[in-house]
Design a protein around this ligand. Structure first.
Ligand SMILES: NC(=O)c1ccc[n+]([C@@H]2O[C@H](COP(=O)([O-])OP(=O)(O)OC[C@H]3O[C@@H](n4cnc5c(N)ncnc54)[C@H](OP(=O)(O)O)[C@@H]3O)[C@@H](O)[C@H]2O)c1
Length: 287
């Protein structure tokens, strides 16, 4: 039996829907915190088990009879490592053999402006290994879906104002990552492997602007301001401090080239080309 956590999230939903094309629903379970959000999975015959990452007793109960567990990293940033540790501890008690974990592909992690933020991922991987599980680490690049978040949904009209300098990112779409993850879960041969799952090339935000320009057939400018000016601008829009902090952290890490790693594993696991930047932007910006 395979269980997917975070199954009602954006990546988890793709993983489960792709798995349903490859594995009988009777062999699938999902871990969710709100059962109502999993109604469509339940209707298709997927077992729905309820627990939060904070509740070790409920987690242990929910993981009974599971052989392969996909732990999708938490989006709740409060003590995130502790949440993951709870899942791993519960998996051990419940007798789970194999844990797959969605982390991050990053170079320069030790000196990254985001080193504290990403340390949760590497600590979780270390903890899974230290507890003797068969592991598969899915180190995902930044989602292509972060582009509209960072560049702005109106970037074609406004231009891009983001302090990432010339730093490049090997963006991968959630759909590609979710589909590849389902392929891994549905097949053997991934035991004790660490996969860096990235797009086929790395692009700067200047490249994003150039691609938008050619798709929209009009100039789209890219400005990389000083971080302090960017922070002031975001404060002026009334954005919450947490969002401002994340935007500053990610832009600094991109400028530091921490997400530039390119690897062909995602393409191999998909058995097709990954979604290109141009194709992603065309859809996302409806061009
Ligand atoms: N590589 C990247 O660019 C990137 C970008 C953003 C996030 N991430 C990481 O990748 C993960 C998956 O991405 P996503 O886009 O699918 O994120 P998402 O849509 O926010 O989904 C997060 C999932 O985690 C579940 N969750 C959050 N806190 C939980 C808790 N305390 N107990 C149990 N479940 C909990 C959520 O449950 P509900 O459905 O009930 O809300 C949701 O299903 C994120 O959680 C984050 O760690 C990566």
């Amino acid at each position: 039996m395979i269980l997917v956590t975070g199954a009602t999230g954006q990546l988890g939903t793709i993983v489960v829907n792709e798995l349903l094309k490859k594995v009988p629903a009777s062999k699938l379970a999902v871990l969710v915190r709100d059962e109502n959000k999993a109604a469509t999975f339940q209707e298709q015959g997927v077992q729905v088990r309820v627990a939060t990452y904070q509740d070790t007793a409920a987690l242990t109960n929910a993981l009974q009879g599971i052989e392969k567990l996909l732990l999708i990293s938490s989006s709740d940033l409060n003590n995130r490592f502790e949440q993951h540790k709870n899942v791993v501890d519960a998996a051990k008690t419940a007798g789970v053999k194999h844990i797959l974990y969605t982390g991050i592909t990053m170079q320069n992690a030790a000196t990254s402006p985001l080193k504290d933020f990403v340390s949760d991922h590497f600590r979780t991987e270390d903890y899974i290994k230290a507890n003797g599980f068969t592991f598969t680490f899915l180190q995902n690049s930044l989602y292509a879906e972060v582009i509209p978040m960072f560049a702005g949904p109106q970037a074609v009209g406004t231009g891009i104002f983001f302090p990432a300098g010339d730093g490049k990112v090997s963006f991968a779409s959630r759909q590609d990552l979710g589909e590849a993850t389902a392929n891994i879960l549905a097949t053997e041969g991934h035991e004790n492997k660490t996969y860096q799952l990235t797009g086929a090339a790395a692009y700067s935000f200047a490249d994003v602007a150039t691609t938008l320009s050619s798709l929209a057939n009009k100039p789209v400018n890219y400005t990389s301001p000083e971080p302090a000016a960017f922070e002031e601008a975001l404060k002026g829009f009334g954005l919450p401090a947490e969002i401002i902090g994340m935007s500053l952290g990610f832009s600094a890490a991109i400028k530091h080239n921490d997400f530039e790693v390119v690897d062909t594993t995602l393409e191999r696991l998909l058995g097709r080309k990954t979604t290109s930047l141009q194709a992603y932007l065309k859809t996302a910006y409806e061009l």
